[in-house]
Design a protein around this ligand. Structure first.
Ligand SMILES: Nc1ncnc2c1ncn2[C@@H]1O[C@H](COP(=O)(O)OP(=O)(O)OP(=O)(O)O)[C@@H](O)[C@H]1O
Ligand SMILES: [Mg+2]
Length: 270
């Protein structure tokens, strides 16, 4: 059973002009979707609204047809998880403690731990390569190690839908691949619906079933990577010229952006 997440005519702002303007989308259940778009276009605002951290001024977010504003908090936390772009950990918390917090939506009000809770935390730590860091304080980790701790916490939450805001930030190329591969494992093994914001268009195209391009508060394109990664869409969304090639590793479309310098071949369009 997959949960369906839908945004219906969302208008969201922070007091001034709306950041998201009458935006609608349906996340395909059981698939991996990446949201792409320029800095400041509203990607994080969208994830915050989808996860109920922000209340829309207009429209609604529907989880299996129910307005999320009416879903009890604990039930929502068991169904939908969010890894924010810049999460902050409580001072002095250890890796194991932080990852363990992912289990709290599954525990009773006393927070009693079951064997399943311990097993899931251990699996989440192992899957993110953190087993040796479990007793370390999160404050003392490198940016990339800390990012993996948050991913482990999101894994431990075992939600049906997982929203991740730039999960590969701070990670070196190997750890970027590790995280994206892990998300594909989760999607394939547990059917988890994954929605992530990624800035690397080529990894987004390679690792996603669908891409959603956001521009000026609206969805400008939503479809398979082949549908969305075109020279016209890249120009419309990011305001740059590019050449689209085929990723020799995955066969997905890949964007070769064309700046003002270091360009030695003519553009294939105009
Ligand atoms: N708490 C806030 N108060 C006021 N304005 C905000 C707030 N958070 C975001 N904004 C504004 O809303 C717009 C969208 O921000 P958002 O963080 O959603 O962009 P983004 O697409 O995630 O960008 P990035 O790629 O840089 O993460 C920006 O203009 C930003 O300045
Ligand atoms: Mg953002």
């Amino acid at each position: 059973m997959h949960s369906e997440l839908r945004a219906d005519s969302l208008t969201v702002g922070y007091g001034g002009t709306p950041i998201l303007d009458d935006l609608s989308l349906t996340v395909t259940p059981g698939r991996i979707t990446s949201i792409i778009g320029p800095n400041g276009c509203g990607k994080s605002t969208l994830l915050h609204t989808l996860s109920r951290l922000l209340k829309p001024a207009g429209g609604s977010v529907l989880l299996d047809g129910r307005d999320i504003s009416s879903v009890p908090t604990k039930e929502l936390a068991r169904t939908l998880g969010l890894l924010p772009q810049s999460p902050t950990a409580p001072e002095g918390i250890t890796v194991a403690e932080l990852v363990g917090r992912g289990r709290s939506p599954h525990q009773n009000f006393l927070g009693q731990w079951s064997q399943a809770d311990y097993d899931i935390v251990a699996q989440s730590l192992a899957a993110t390569g953190l087993t040796e860091l479990t007793e370390r304080s999160v404050d003392e980790l490198s940016g990339g190690q800390r990012q993996r701790v948050w991913i482990a916490m999101a894994l431990a939450q075992r939600t049906d839908v997982l929203l991740l805001d730039e999960p590969t930030t701070y990670l070196d190329v190997k750890h970027q691949l590790d995280v994206l591969d892990l998300l594909v494992d989760l999607n394939e093994e547990r059917g988890t619906t994954i929605v992530m914001v990624l800035h690397d268009l080529n990894l987004a195209a390679r690792y996603s079933d669908e891409l959603i391009a956001v521009s000026r508060g609206k969805v400008l394109a939503h479809g398979t990577p082949a549908d969305v990664v075109t020279e016209d869409t890249v120009r419309a969304v990011f305001g740059i010229d590019s050449t689209i090639v085929r990723d020799p590793v995955s066969s997905a479309p890949a964007v070769m952006p064309r700046g003002r310098h270091r360009v030695s071949t003519p553009s294939t369009t105009h």
